[in-house]
Ligand binder design. Structure first.
Ligand SMILES: Cc1cc2nc3c(=O)[nH]c(=O)nc-3n(C[C@H](O)[C@H](O)[C@H](O)COP(=O)(O)O)c2cc1C
Length: 199
């Protein structure tokens, strides 16, 4: 599918038909999400995959009973990983392993240190969350390219999600992407004009 076709045919699915996505497709989707871009390649995300019906029922109550949560095949809970320092070190290790020359590594580390010094615990969460949004957007288009529908969702209580899913405090549930096959129809796309957007 051309990107324009993906763009126009993807829509925020309100209800899924409950059909389960097969493992092979799911693997392809997860592999594509893994390649989402992030600032300095820190990849500050962890994605909880929920399929259990009883758990989904509890999560539905913490998501304004929106139908996507119960009816989806898989619910992806995109969490911001607030351990930016830890992930920065992992990224540097990856670069070392890949044989990046020492001088380039040193320069990268210097930039990384400046970058990390910008954040305290609150702004660090914001930074991680900005990157998580990019991973989630990658997921919705990657899914569509595989014939899977989805809905980005922020209408949920992240503290309740952390409790129900026993998510460690270093991870902040930020955006949901339920995926599956639709039981609704796409509505016409309503968007501002180019003149209103570009200046
Ligand atoms: C950050 C974000 C949060 C959203 N939260 C919800 C949500 O909680 N429930 C829902 O049904 N749709 C949600 N949406 C979907 C939007 O309503 C939808 O993308 C928008 O109306 C445009 O429609 P389209 O995606 O079908 O083109 C969300 C979208 C984004 C990007």
């Amino acid at each position: 599918m051309e990107f324009k076709e993906l763009l126009m045919s993807r829509y925020a699915t309100k209800k899924f038909d409950g059909k389960i996505i097969d493992e092979n497709k799911l693997e392809q989707l997860f592999e594509m999400i893994r390649f989402a871009p992030s600032a300095l390649n820190i990849q500050p995300w962890k994605i909880k995959v929920v399929t259990d019906v009883e758990t989904k029922k509890k999560l539905s109550a913490a998501s304004m009973e929106q139908a996507q949560i119960i009816t989806c095949s898989h619910l992806l809970v995109f969490c911001a990983n607030t351990d930016l320092d830890g992930n920065a070190q992992k990224t540097l290790n990856l670069m070392k392993k890949a044989g990046v020359p020492e001088e380039n590594l040193e320069q990268f580390q210097m930039i990384m240190n400046i970058f990390l010094s910008n954040f305290d615990s609150e702004t660090g969460v914001n930074e991680a969350q900005c990157n998580v949004f990019i991973a989630a957007i990658t997921a919705i288009y990657a899914a569509k390219s595989l014939g899977i529908d989805s809905c980005p969702m922020q209408g949920f209580n992240n503290e309740e999600y952390s409790k129900i899913l026993e998510i460690p405090s270093s991870l902040v549930p930020t955006i949901l992407v339920p995926i599956g096959y639709p039981a609704d129809k796409q509505m016409p796309k309503l968007r501002f004009t180019k003149e209103e957007i570009f200046f």
